[in-house]
Design a protein around this ligand. Structure first.
Ligand SMILES: [Zn+2]
Ligand SMILES: [Zn+2]
Length: 388
């Protein structure tokens, strides 16, 4: 590595106190700050991961906008939860991992002992441990996540792609809950990151996908991610009829995935499904939201309503396999790259992105290097070719 390429980074490294690291901390509503905090030290059964790539996520944006999350502690809170990196240090008792291992550490792990865990619903575990703080140079991984939800990344898989395991696991679990099978017709409402992942995973499962999207730029993305037909929402159109008209004999879709999270689209989902079909309300509107659904359709149409949340260790492994096997379009999913120091600015921009968007943004990979893009190539080989 030529010192001429990045003298500033080298100098910064030399001057820095190695017991401190840069981290993004959420202080409240739209208040995200960069801070120097202590580098974590692993206790029994724990590991510390040097974050190589952390991905932006719709949930993070929601938390940023609202300033809190029901499942997280009150601010100030370390921020970010989709990551991959290398093991920097291991605590006493850790035998499965050693420094230098490339890993994905999921953002939670269930207890496997409570009522829900022993009834096949680990996603609803009463003692689900959550881990946050991926937008940082290092992250401490709790013992239970090390034991149950940390996966070793094959050499050929880039960190930024491996980090997709978490959101994809939620989608895999959601699809399993929807009980759709090959040959089914599925309508996916919404073409945000989760909607697009749903389309793609459904397509991989042999399901015929119809996408309902809002913006023009989302039409091409929906097709890229596996939708065979796309309906664009516009004021002058009856969107329910337009979508139903694309289903076999116009009878409605076998299943509908709601991935927008508005009362209106929750209603559409019920109106677009066929008799005997399943609706999965995957997008969660703010707490306290009420919706009006056609009870006649629900009852006489014998419609099943689901609302999948989060993931299970098994779903995480399925998702991980989708990425590492190359079946999932990971390259197309990462549409932006940023350094850790750009994270506060990035979230500010994401708040308004739907209004002035030059191109479709799905996920941005954050690289916690010393701050120059040239440096990123060092720990993210896949980035070397993509630097811009
Ligand atoms: Zn996420
Ligand atoms: Zn449990």
């Amino acid at each position: 590595m030529s010192p001429l390429r990045w003298p500033a980074g080298e100098k910064m490294k030399a001057m820095r106190d190695s017991s401190k690291m840069l981290a993004a901390v959420l202080y409240g509503k739209e208040d995200l700050r960069l801070e120097m905090v202590p580098v974590p030290v692993p206790g029994h059964g724990e590991i510390v991961v040097r974050v190589a790539a952390a991905l932006t996520c719709g949930t993070d944006l929601k938390v940023y906008r609202r300033g809190y999350h029901a499942k997280m502690l009150q601010p100030p809170i370390p921020f970010g939860h989709e990551l991959a990196g290398t093991v920097a240090s291991v605590g006493p008792g850790v035998t499965r991992f050693e420094p230098g291992d490339r890993v994905v550490a999921l953002n939670s792990a269930p207890c496997d002992e409570c009522f829900f865990c022993t009834h096949g619903q680990q996603n609803l575990c009463e003692d689900l441990i959550f881990n946050n703080g991926a937008y940082a140079e290092y992250l401490l991984i709790p013992e239970r996540i090390v034991a149950k939800n940390t996966l070793r990344i094959p050499e050929h898989v880039a960190f930024e792609h491996a980090a997709l395991t978490e959101p994809l696991a939620c989608v895999v679990r959601g699809l399993e809950e929807t009980a759709a099978v090959a040959g089914d017709t599925m309508i996916v409402l919404g073409a945000g990151p989760i909607g697009l992942m749903f389309m793609h995973v459904a397509e991989l499962a042999g399901i015929d996908v119809i996408a309902v999207v809002k913006r023009e730029d989302q039409v091409a993305s929906a097709r890229l991610f596996g939708a065979r037909q796309v309906v664009r929402v516009s004021d002058e159109r009856d969107i329910v009829s337009a979508a139903r008209a694309l289903t076999p004999d116009g009878r409605g879709a076998d299943s509908v995935i709601e991935a927008v999270a508005t009362p209106m689209t929750w209603g559409w989902a019920v109106d677009m499904v066929r008799k005997g079909g399943t609706v999965n309300f995957f997008g969660g509107p703010p707490s306290g939201t009420r919706v009006a659904l056609d009870t006649n359709r629900l009852h006489y149409g014998d419609i099943t309503l689901k609302a999948s949340f989060h993931h299970t260790p098994a779903a995480c492994r399925t998702a991980f396999e989708l990425v590492t096997s190359g079946r999932f379009k990971a390259v197309e999913t990462i549409t932006g790259r940023a350094t850790l120091s750009q994270v506060p600015e990035l979230f500010k921009k994401m708040l308004t992105r739907s209004r002035h968007l030059p191109k479709l943004e799905i996920k941005t990979a954050v690289f916690p290097g010393p701050g120059t893009f040239a440096d990123l190539a060092e720990h993210e080989p896949a980035f070397a070719g993509a630097a811009r």
